[in-house]
Ligand binder design. Structure first.
Ligand SMILES: [Zn+2]
Length: 476
């Protein structure tokens, strides 16, 4: 099997799809727009899930499960929410061979069913805060889909919390935003910008939406996670009140936050190269692969030597050994590079005689030869180095392609050309935002946190006084 991946320079979109299909991460489903996640892709998602799940538990959340089907009337209760989600709803009208009295929607997100339940569960301030997360699948009827990045059905987690005060809800919203930032940067090796979404980009039903945004290798932005302060909107729609410490009744304050299998797409796009996938070691299902190099004369000796090393490291470093006799080493090298395994360990007859091994890094392709006795220690250090290198490589890419621009002509030139992130002053008027989108296809990704020191600036579009910095980019 000859592997042929379109290069990034040739066609970035095709490169992305080629990697997914050739590395067997996912496949197209017979239903247009939905996706089959294959074992190798699912293993990455499972890694992500387990790290995130412990982060959620460390911050006090518990997992629960709410049903897939939601009465249509629930979705209609919060006015903004239905407006935002109506075009994407899948509706069940028949069940058990009969027309249903009330149609049921397949959850596009679960605020409504969860708040219908919270009404039963929350009576007093003693019931608060209520901190629940669920791992689930979601259906949004997308017209234009792309594997992992935008599919009709996807997997995600959605946190839904209820609080006794506005301040507490805001604190939770930011806490979870920073959990996502930490996960993206420390585990995915993907630097992200954090900030608030503008009115036009926020979640339907939220008071404020915050997101993490990463730059992909084609200099486009990818929204990788969102955290919403829902204010009292859902509590009012579902009439969820609680008795305060003073004996009064007030509506409950809410947040919701989520990341999805889109993160797998982000991970692929952020790090991979023209040889295939590159997985940051902390999320790699297989961290190292041993490839014994042998011929008929030395086969059994090389294999038994390689197996001794394999037994030594397999548990601490989730290692595989490729002792298949059909394929040549060169073929195996390419195949494991395509899979994105961070380190390849080559063991040939000469290495065996000298009691050494060769380690090849997936990120840079560099090889080092080390004494076999040092394998555990060197491998551990190397995996850490690869993790750091991937992060710094991505950070450098973002730095090189981030501009502070004051003239709209220059702004347009960048989006007509190479693209990237542009930081400009913005007056806050949605019309300027809409015009910019129309003329350049760039949207405001975030109003970055902690950057409101702006004085005496003019809006990049209309020139009037601006007190906000906005980060603009074309986005996935
Ligand atoms: Zn303006």
């Amino acid at each position: 099997m000859a592997v042929k991946i379109t290069t990034r320079a040739e066609n970035y979109s095709q490169w992305y799809i080629d990697i997914i299909l050739q590395a067997k991460l996912a496949d197209y489903s017979p239903v247009k727009g939905s996706m089959v996640i294959r074992p190798r892709g699912f293993a990455i998602w499972e890694k992500m899930k387990s790290v995130l799940d412990s982060m959620f538990k460390e911050t006090g959340h518990s997992n629960a499960y709410f049903p897939l089907l939601i009465p249509e009337s629930f979705i209609k209760k919060e006015a903004e929410h239905i407006k935002g989600f109506a075009p994407e709803l899948a509706v069940v009208t028949h069940g058990g061979g009969e027309k249903l009295e009330e149609p049921l929607v397949i959850r596009p997100t679960s605020e409504t069913i969860i708040w219908a339940m919270y009404k039963k569960w929350i009576q007093s301030y003693r019931d608060l805060p209520l901190l629940i997360n669920q791992w689930a699948n979601i259906v949004r009827w997308e017209k234009r889909t792309r594997l992992f990045l935008r599919t009709t059905e996807f997997l995600w987690q959605e946190g839904h919390t209820a609080h006794a005060s506005k301040a507490e809800a805001q604190e939770e919203t930011l806490r979870m935003l920073f959990v996502y930032q930490n996960f993206a940067e420390s585990f995915m090796a993907m630097p992200v910008l954090t900030g608030e979404k503008t009115e036009s980009e926020k979640f339907a039903g939220a008071v404020k939406t915050y997101s993490i945004e990463a730059m992909m290798q084609d200099r486009r932005a990818l929204q990788a996670g969102t955290s919403h302060n829902l204010g009292q909107n859902f509590a009012k729609a579902f009439d969820v009140t609680y008795q305060t410490q003073n004996g009064e009744r007030d509506h409950v304050w809410a947040t919701s936050w989520g990341v999805s299998t889109r993160l797998v797409g982000a991970l692929i796009m952020a790090h991979s190269d023209d040889r295939g996938l590159i997985i940051p070691p902390k999320l790699a299902p297989i961290k190292a692969v041993i490839i014994p190099i042998f011929n008929n004369q030395n086969k059994s000796r090389v294999l038994s030597y390689a197996k001794v090393l394999f037994e030594r490291i397999k548990t601490s470093y989730s290692t595989e050994i490729d002792d298949d006799e059909q394929n040549k080493p060169g073929w195996k090298f390419a195949e494991w590079e395509l899979q994105g395994v961070p380190v390849r360990i080559e063991i040939g007859p000469r290495d065996m005689e000298n009691d050494q091994v060769v380690l090849a890094r997936r990120d840079t392709g560099k090889k080092i030869t080390i004494p076999a006795k040092d394998l555990e220690e060197t491998l551990g250090n190397l995996l850490e180095e690869i993790q750091n290198n991937l992060y710094h490589r991505a950070l450098l890419l973002r730095k090189k392609n981030t501009y502070q621009i004051k003239e709209y002509a220059e702004f347009k030139e960048i989006f007509d050309g190479p693209g990237g992130f542009i930081e400009s002053a913005w007056c806050g008027n949605p019309e300027c935002e809409a015009k910019i989108k129309e003329e350049t296809k760039a949207t405001i990704r975030v109003l970055p946190l902690g950057r409101d020191e702006l004085k005496n600036h003019n809006c990049i579009y209309c020139g009037s006084t601006a007190d906000k910095i906005a980060v603009f980019s074309k986005a996935y």
